[in-house]
Design a protein around this ligand. Structure first.
Ligand SMILES: [Zn+2]
Length: 301
């Protein structure tokens, strides 16, 4: 979905070559075989059925179909209403409800053609898989705002990349109860200048909605209205229209998910809808200050 009339996007399956930019072939074969055998548990949290392989290929291919449409100038942005989510999937394993790392496959395909990609992950959980995949890569900037401490246990401020990738991973670990004003401060005072310095050519969003205050498995304090503000800030990071793709990740209260997706999708359409007012007054401001000192004032990591 994107700007313009009838801008409905159909997915296509990701190809083997596209998937193998992120996941080793033997691990893809193993997942495919488990599905063909009728399904089962691939991780303590993650179950697959006989249909999961085909669905995983379509979820991973949605971002690639969106790139093809945006390359043609068909829309200013795309929102991908896909499941299963992807950001916990590491190169060699599915985990945390995620089979294939959808956003990473699209980032890897873009990177392979010379693009500079920023991934902004506002799911309540840290996207450990996405971080792992690009941890040593200076051309993919991974930015995560997430609850801390929380599953999967990664995402501290000290995780900033390795080797040539140092400075291309920015983690914003926030306490339970954090409200929208603190998210906006983090985006305005830390994330935006770091992204500007990086100079991306594409902006991908791991758009989970489990940071909503009603979500049953997390403790953050956002409302649907906050997601309209977050979306506007992230769109502003793009170099020009047509370079933003939002990938659905988590979100486990269905009413909150509906309202939050509405806020994000309508903002991408340029007609923001706020099913709830924005929130403020929660904790987390000292984290933003510490990150500002580290990333902006000291200009180092
Ligand atoms: Zn999540």
């Amino acid at each position: 979905m994107g700007l313009g009339d009838d801008a409905r996007l159909e997915s296509r399956p990701a190809t083997r070559a596209e998937l193998e930019l992120v996941h080793p072939g033997r691990d893809l074969d193993r997942l495919h075989q488990i599905c063909d055998d009728g399904g089962g548990m691939v991780d303590p949290d993650t179950v697959v059925s006989c249909g999961s392989w085909d669905v995983a290929l379509l979820a991973a291919g949605a971002g690639l179909a969106a790139v093809e449409r945006l390359d043609r100038g068909d829309a200013d942005a795309a929102f991908l209403a896909i499941r299963p989510p992807g950001h916990h999937a590491v190169p060699a394993a599915s985990m945390g409800f995620c089979l294939v790392n959808n956003v990473a496959v699209t980032a890897a395909v873009l990177r392979a053609r010379g693009e500079r990609v920023v991934i902004v992950d506002w799911d309540a959980h840290h996207g450990n898989g996405t971080q792992d995949i690009f941890y040593d890569d200076p051309d993919v900037l991974y930015v995560s705002l997430h609850e801390w401490p929380l599953y999967p246990g990664t995402g501290s401020m000290d995780e900033v990349g390795v080797g040539a990738g140092v400075g291309a991973t920015l983690n914003v670990p926030l306490p339970a109860g954090t409200t929208g004003d603190v998210y906006l401060a983090a985006l305005d005072e830390v994330v935006a200048p770091v992204v500007a310095r990086f100079a991306p050519t594409w902006v991908l969003v791991s758009a989970g909605f489990d940071a909503h205050r009603a979500d049953p498995i997390t403790g953050l304090g956002l409302s649907a209205g906050d997601f309209a503000d977050l979306t506007a800030r992230v769109v502003a990071l793009a170099p020009r229209p047509g370079r933003v793709i939002a990938f659905l990740e988590g979100g486990y209260d269905l009413d909150a998910l509906r309202d939050s997706v509405t806020a994000t999708a309508s903002t991408l359409l340029g007609q923001p809808c706020r099913p709830e007012p924005a929130t403020s007054g929660g904790p987390g401001t000292p984290i933003v200050g510490a990150l500002h000192d580290r990333w902006i004032t000291e200009r180092g990591v």
